[in-house]
Design a protein around this ligand. Structure first.
Ligand SMILES: CCCCCCCCCCCCC/C=C/C(=O)SCCNC(=O)CCNC(=O)[C@H](O)C(C)(C)COP(=O)(O)OP(=O)(O)OC[C@H]1O[C@@H](n2cnc3c(N)ncnc32)[C@H](O)[C@@H]1OP(=O)(O)O
Length: 278
């Protein structure tokens, strides 16, 4: 957790880029970092900036305060809307927003440095990798208030932990602790709460040393369907082999020179190259 900036009543989501790592910071700590529409709008614009960036190679999502990563959508806000307004402003928009996060070229890491409820866990599920505080709990609590995980979390949870565990969590609004989350594959890493962001940063920096184009292709393949994954793999290998990206040349050259590679992320299409003897 980082110290919260002066509290904005409608909350605030900021974006900072440090080298190849972008950090999205959610701050509405007095309301457990629950999402308002202005925060949704800010996140939409931040994701557009990240998607356009050739410098950003990894994204961290973290939060302010010390009580929760996020308590999800602002219940008081959306419950005052008509059903149609609720659909357009909250469900459809929030779903598209988290699809955008999940679909970023660059891998994302959720630094779950507090409890995550409902849309808060859906946000973390839209990230590729999740680091969780050892004393936190997470759950999709929406059915407990008469709605449903409407921001993509229903499908993502099932893909992540399997059908039976997803049903157990969603149908009973089960909040799982860190050990269970790790055992179920909901998160990949645990850390003491003060160290969660540092752990996420460590992973982000490792990702940032990879060849960006190869990495982005790999992310697309993993996120595709199995058959689609195979097609994408062959396509990616084909394009990498026939017109080796500068990074592929650099990767092989660095290996042969016994030095760390310096990947540029550029895609130069010079036609076939003899990367092994050149
Ligand atoms: C099938 C048809 C459906 C139709 C309806 C469609 C609805 C459209 C939905 C659109 C979005 C869909 C996807 C996302 C959904 C969600 O995220 S729903 C919300 C899920 N979140 C929760 O269920 C958590 C709610 N909060 C709590 O249960 C408790 O606050 C807590 C987390 C257990 C903490 O309790 P406690 O320690 O006692 O602290 P509190 O006093 O309760 O909270 C401190 C202050 O924070 C405010 N707050 C907490 N959570 C929220 C929230 N989600 N929204 C708004 N405000 C929240 C809380 O009110 C306190 O504020 P003050 O009273 O002003 O101090």
């Amino acid at each position: 957790m980082t110290d919260p900036s002066p509290v904005q009543p409608d909350g605030e989501i900021t974006l900072t880029v440090d080298g190849h790592v972008a950090v999205i910071h959610i701050s509405r700590p007095n309301k457990l970092n629950s999402f308002t529409i202005p925060m949704v709008e800010q996140l939409e614009s931040h994701l557009a900036v990240i998607d356009d960036s050739e410098d950003v190679r990894a994204v961290i999502v973290t939060s302010a305060g010390d009580r929760a990563f996020s308590a999800g959508a602002d219940i008081k806000a959306f419950s005052q809307l008509s059903a149609t307004r609720m659909w357009s402003t909250w469900i459809r928009r929030g779903h598209a927003l988290f699809d955008k996060l999940a679909g970023l070229r660059q891998p994302s890491i959720a630094a779950i440095d507090g409890n995550a409820f409902g849309g808060g866990l859906e946000l973390a599920l839209a990230c590729d990798i999740r680091v969780m505080a050892t004393d936190a709990k997470v759950g999709l609590s929406e059915l407990g208030i008469g709605t449903l995980p409407g921001w993509g979390g229903t499908a993502r949870l099932q893909k992540t932990v399997g059908v039976a565990r997803a049903k157990r969590m969603i149908f009973t609004s089960l909040m799982v602790d860190a050990e269970t989350a790790l055992n179920w594959g909901l998160v990949t890493d645990l850390a003491e709460r003060p160290d969660v962001v540092a752990k996420a940063r460590e992973i982000a920096e490792q990702i940032a040393t990879r060849a960006p184009i190869a990495l982005q292709m790999t992310k697309q393949i993993i996120d595709g369907q199995s058959g689609e994954g195979l097609r994408l793999t062959l396509e990616a290998l084909g394009s990498a082999a026939s017109s080796a990206t500068d990074d592929f040349v650099e990767g092989v050259t660095a290996f042969r020179s016994k030095r760390p590679p310096q990947f540029s992320g550029s895609f130069d299409d010079p036609g076939p190259r003899d990367v092994l003897h050149g």
